[in-house]
Ligand binder design. Structure first.
Ligand code: ADP
Ligand code: MG
Length: 788
C-alpha cells in the first residue's frame, strides 16, 4: 500500500574527474568551465544540473550533498535509486564504491552502509528492522548473482503490486555495516573469479547493489518498507571508439543495447507524450522500472572526463543528463496499513465512490436530456469542476503495462480480452525466463561435472602411469632376481658335482686306505714272522754264544746292526700306521660333515625354488592386474570422450539456439510488427521453449552417464588401493628374498672355502700317502735284502 504519491523530478548531478596522468602527458586540454554550483560550460554550451561537482570535490562532499538524504528517505519508507552514468574511466565506480576500506576515499555505497545503521540506532526503540542486501550484475542481458556463482541467468518477475523484482536472487540479512561490507567484498571477489579481464568486464556490465529495509513498530504494528538500488552502469562510450571487433563487438553492441534501452526509456519519459515506455526491452530497465518514472526517489550521477580527447563522449553524457532531468517520478511511502487504517481508508473510498456514482447519475440524466433534443440550461449542466474531480480520481502514471490510454476506439470487452491476453503473454514470458534460467544452471552444473570428471580422469591416469612404472620396476627386479637365482642354482649344481667328485675321491682314498691297512696288516704279519725268526735267530745265537754254535764276531755284529735298523723301521712304521688310522677317522668324520652340509644346502635350495615359484605367481597376478587396470583406464577414457562429445553437442545446440534467437530477433525487427503486445521477445522465447523440451532427454542421458561413472569411481579407487597394498607386500617379499639370496650366497662361499680346505687336506693326505708308500717301498727294500 502507498500513501498519496508526491511528484518529483529525477535529481541529476554532474561530476568531473581530474585529468589523469596519461592525459596530462599527452597534453590534453581541460574542457569544462564551472559556473556556480549547478552549471558547466563545455564547448561553448552551458549545461545545468541539480548540482555540478568540479574535479576537486571530495568523496565526503559528494556523499553529504546528495546521497545522505536518500538514506533518510529509504528509512522513511520511500524507494530510492542512485545511478552512475558515463563513459568508461569517467569515475562511476569511484563515485559509487571508491576505495571500499579507505575512510577518505570510500564512495557512496560504503558510506550508505555506515549511515543506515547510524540512523537506525538513533531512531525509536520500538521500531524493528529487517535489512536484506542483494548483489548482482547484468552482462549481455543476463542477470548473474554475485553472491551465488551458480545463478548465472536469473529472471525478472512482478510481485502482487506489479513491481518487478529479480526472482531467486540471493538475499543476505545484515545487522551491521561490517556485514554489509563483507557481502560487498564477497560479491566483488566472485566477480573477479568469474572473468579473465576485470577492467574490460566491469566496463561492459552493470552492477547493482540492492538494500531492502523493512521496519515494524512493535506497538502500533505499523509496517514500512523501502528499497534502495545502487547502480554502477556499464561504460556509455560508442562501440567504434573501443576498437572492438568480432565476438567482442557483438558483446559491446549487446551491452550498448541495454544502455540504449535505458536511453529510450528516458527519452520516452522525458518527452512525456509517448504512451508506451519500453521498460521490457532490457532486463535492466525492467528491474529499474520504478526508478524511472515510477514510485522512487532517483538520483543520477553523470560522470564526465574533462579531457578534450573525450569531448564527444562528454557532450553526449551531458545531453543524456539533461534529458534525464526532465523525468518526473511519483514517490510515495510504502506503507502497510494496520486493520484500523484499512477500515478508515475503506470508509473514505466508499464515500468517494458514492459521490462519483451520484455524479455519473447526474451526467447520464443530463446526457439523456441532450439526446432527446432538449437544450439543458447552463445552470442545470454538470460543471467542469466535477469532471476534474473524476479525472483526478482516474489519474494514474503511464506505465509500460498500462493499456488504458491507447484504448480509445475499442470496446470495454475487447480491452479486457487484450489485457487478459497480455497478462497471459507476460506470464508465459516469465515462465520461459524461469525455464531458461533453469536450463542455464543445468548446463553450468554439467560443465562443472565435466571439469570434475576431467580432473578425476587426469589423476587416475597419473595413478595408472605410476602403477605401470612400479610394475615395470618390479618386473625388472624380479627378472634380476630370477637371473641371480639361476646363477645360484648353477653354482649349487656345480657344488653338488664337485661334492660328488670329492666324495668319490674320498671313497677312493678310503679304499686306498683299506688297501694300505690290508698291506699294513700283511706287513705286520710279515713283521711278526720276522720277529719270530729273529727270536729264533736270537735263541740260535744264544746257543751259539753258549758254545754250541759259535758265529764269527763280525757276523753277529752285522746281524745286531741290521736288527736295530729293522726295529727302528718297525717302530717308525707303527707310528705311521697309527697316524694313518687317525687321518682315516678324520676323513670319515669330514665325509659325514660334508653329507650333512649337502643335505642342508639341498633343503635351502628347495625353499629357494619354492620362493621363486611364489614370486613368479605374484608376477603373473600383477601382470593380470595391470591388464585389468589398463582396461578400466580405457573404459574411463571412452566415457570421457563420450561425455566431451555430449558437452560439445550441448554447446552446439546452445550456440545454435543463440543464433536462432538472434536470427529471429533480426527477422522480427526487419518485419513490420502490427500488434503492440506480441513482441519479438515472446516469439523468441516460445522457440526457446520448444528447443528445451527437445533437449531434455539428451541432458538427462548425459547426467546419467556422468552419475554412473561417478558411482563406479570409488570401487575403482578401492581396487587401486588394494593393488597398491599387494604391490607393497610383494616389494617386501622381494627384499626378503634378496636377503635370503645373499645368505645362500654366503653359505655357498663358506661351502666353497670348506671345499678348498678339504681339497688342501686331501692333497696333504695324498702327499702323506705317497710318503707312506715310499716308506713302505723303502721298508720292502731292506726287508727283501734281509730275507735274502
Ligand atoms: P569507471 O568506473 O567510470 O570506468 P573509475 O571510477 O574506475 O571509472 O575511474 C577511473 C580512474 O579514475 C580510477 O583510477 C579512479 O581512481 C580515478 N578517478 C575517477 N574519478 C575520480 C575523482 N573524482 N577524483 C580522483 N580520481 C578519480
Ligand atoms: Mg567502473
Amino acid at each position: 500500500m502507498a500513501d498519496v504519491p508526491a511528484e518529483c523530478n529525477i535529481k541529476v548531478l554532474c561530476r568531473f574527474r581530474p585529468l589523469n596522468q596519461s592525459e596530462i602527458v599527452r597534453g590534453d586540454q581541460f574542457l569544462p568551465k564551472f559556473q556556480g554550483d549547478d552549471s558547466v560550460v563545455v564547448g561553448g554550451r552551458s549545461y545545468s544540473f541539480d548540482r555540478v561537482f568540479p574535479t576537486n570535490t571530495t568523496q565526503e562532499q559528494v556523499y553529504n550533498t546528495c546521497a545522505k538524504q536518500i538514506v533518510k528517505d529509504v528509512l522513511s519508507g520511500y524507494n530510492g535509486t542512485i545511478f552512475a552514468y558515463g563513459q568508461t574511466s569517467s569515475g562511476k565506480t569511484h563515485t559509487m564504491e571508491g576505495k571500499l576500506h579507505d575512510p577518505h576515499q570510500m564512495g557512496i555505497i560504503p558510506r550508505i552502509a555506515e549511515d543506515i545503521f547510524n540512523h537506525i540506532f538513533a531512531m525509536d526503540e520500538n521500531l524493528e528492522f529487517h535489512i536484506k542486501v542483494s548483489y548482482f550484475e547484468i552482462y549481455m542481458d543476463k542477470i548473474r548473482d554475485l553472491l551465488d556463482v551458480t545463478k548465472t541467468n536469473l529472471s525478472v518477475h512482478e510481485d502482487k503490486n506489479r513491481v518487478p523484482f529479480v526472482k531467486g536472487c540471493t538475499e543476505r540479512f545484515v545487522s551491521s555495516p561490517d556485514e554489509v561490507m563483507d557481502v560487498i567484498d564477497e560479491g566483488k571477489s566472485n566477480r573477479h573469479v568469474a572473468v579473465t579481464n576485470m577492467n574490460e568486464h566491469s566496463s561492459r556490465s552493470h552492477s547493482i547493489f540492492l538494500i531492502n529495509i523493512k521496519q515494524e513498530h512493535v506497538e502500533t504494528e505499523q509496517k514500512l518498507c523501502g528499497k534502495l538500488y545502487l547502480v554502477d552502469l556499464a561504460g556509455s562510450e560508442k562501440v567504434s571508439k573501443t576498437g572492438a571487433a568480432g565476438a567482442v563487438l557483438d558483446e559491446a553492441k549487446n551491452i550498448n543495447k541495454s544502455l540504449s534501452a535505458l536511453g529510450n526509456v528516458i527519452s520516452a519519459l522525458a518527452e512525456g507524450t509517448k504512451t508506451h515506455v519500453p521498460y521490457r526491452d532490457s532486463k535492466m530497465t525492467r528491474i529499474l522500472q520504478d526508478s524511472l518514472g515510477g514510485n522512487c526517489r532517483t538520483t543520477m550521477f553523470i560522470c564526465c572526463s574533462p579531457s578534450s580527447y573525450n569531448d564527444a563522449e562528454t557532450k553526449s553524457t551531458l545531453m543524456f543528463g539533461q534529458r534525464a532531468k526532465t523525468i518526473r517520478n511519483s514517490a510515495s511511502i510504502n506503507l502497510e496499513l494496520t486493520a484500523e487504517q484499512w477500515k478508515r481508508k475503506f470508509e473514505k473510498e466508499k464515500e468517494k465512490n458514492k459521490t462519483l456514482k451520484e455524479t455519473i447519475q447526474k451526467l447520464e440524466t443530463e446526457l439523456n436530456r441532450w439526446r432527446n433534443g432538449e437544450n439543458v440550461p447552463e445552470t442545470e449542466r454538470t460543471t467542469s469542476e466535477v469532471v476534474t474531480r473524476i479525472e483526478s480520481v482516474e489519474e494514474r502514471p503511464i506505465l509500460d503495462n498500462d493499456t488504458s490510454s491507447i484504448v480509445v476506439r475499442i470496446s470495454e470487452e475487447e480491452r479486457q480480452k487484450y489485457e487478459e491476453e497480455i497478462r497471459k503473454l507476460y506470464k508465459q514470458l516469465d515462465d520461459k525466463d524461469d525455464e531458461i534460467n533453469l536450463q542455464c544452471q543445468l548446463v553450468e552444473k554439467l560443465k562443472q561435472q565435466m571439469l570434475d570428471q576431467d580432473e578425476l580422469l587426469a589423476s587416475s591416469k597419473g595413478d595408472g602411469d605410476k602403477v605401470q612404472a612400479e610394475l615395470g620396476r618390479l618386473q625388472v627386479e624380479s627378472d634380476c632376481a630370477k637371473a641371480e637365482v639361476k646363477e645360484v642354482l648353477q653354482a649349487l649344481e656345480e657344488l653338488a658335482i664337485n661334492y660328488d667328485q670329492k666324495s668319490q675321491e674320498v671313497e677312493e682314498k678310503g679304499l686306498q686306505n683299506q688297501l694300505l691297512a690290508d698291506q699294513l696288516s700283511q706287513k705286520m704279519a710279515s713283521l711278526m714272522e720276522l720277529e719270530a725268526e729273529l727270536s729264533r735267530m736270537q735263541e740260535f745265537s744264544t746257543i751259539v754264544g753258549n758254545g754250541e754254535i759259535k758265529l764269527p764276531v763280525e757276523i753277529s755284529g752285522a746281524i745286531e746292526e741290521e736288527f736295530t735298523v729293522a726295529r727302528l723301521y718297525i717302530s717308525k712304521i707303527k707310528s705311521e700306521v697309527k697316524s694313518m688310522v687317525k687321518r682315516c677317522r678324520q676323513l670319515e668324520n669330514m665325509q659325514l660333515e660334508c653329507h650333512r652340509k649337502m643335505e642342508e644346502t639341498g633343503r635351502e635350495l628347495s625353499s629357494c625354488q619354492l620362493l621363486i615359484s611364489q614370486h613368479e605367481a605374484k608376477i603373473r597376478s600383477l601382470t593380470e592386474y595391470m591388464q585389468s587396470v589398463e582396461q578400466k583406464k580405457r573404459l574411463l577414457e571412452e566415457s570421457h570422450d563420450s561425455l566431451s562429445e555430449e558437452l560439445a553437442k550441448l554447446q552446439d545446440q546452445d550456440n545454435s539456439l543463440l543464433e536462432e534467437k538472434e536470427g529471429e530477433k533480426g527477422e522480427t525487427e526487419d518485419g513490420n510488427v502490427k500488434s503492440s503486445w506480441l513482441k519479438p521477445a515472446s516469439l523468441k522465447k516460445c522457440c526457446t521453449f520448444v528447443f528445451f523440451i527437445s533437449r531434455r532427454p539428451i541432458v538427462s542421458r548425459g547426467s546419467l552417464t556422468v552419475a554412473s561413472i561417478t558411482s563406479s569411481w570409488p570401487v575403482l579407487r578401492d581396487e587401486i588401493n588394494e593393488k597398491q597394498r599387494i604391490i607393497d607386500e610383494l616389494t617386501d617379499r622381494n627384499s626378503k628374498l634378496e636377503l635370503e639370496l645373499a645368505q645362500v650366497r654366503a653359505d655357498f662361499e663358506r661351502l666353497k672355502s670348506q671345499d678348498s680346505t678339504k681339497s688342501e687336506r686331501l692333497e696333504e693326505l695324498s702327499f702323506l700317502h705317497e710318503r707312506h708308500e715310499q716308506t713302505k717301498q723303502d721298508l720292502k727294500g731292506p726287508g727283501g735284502d734281509c730275507r735274502e
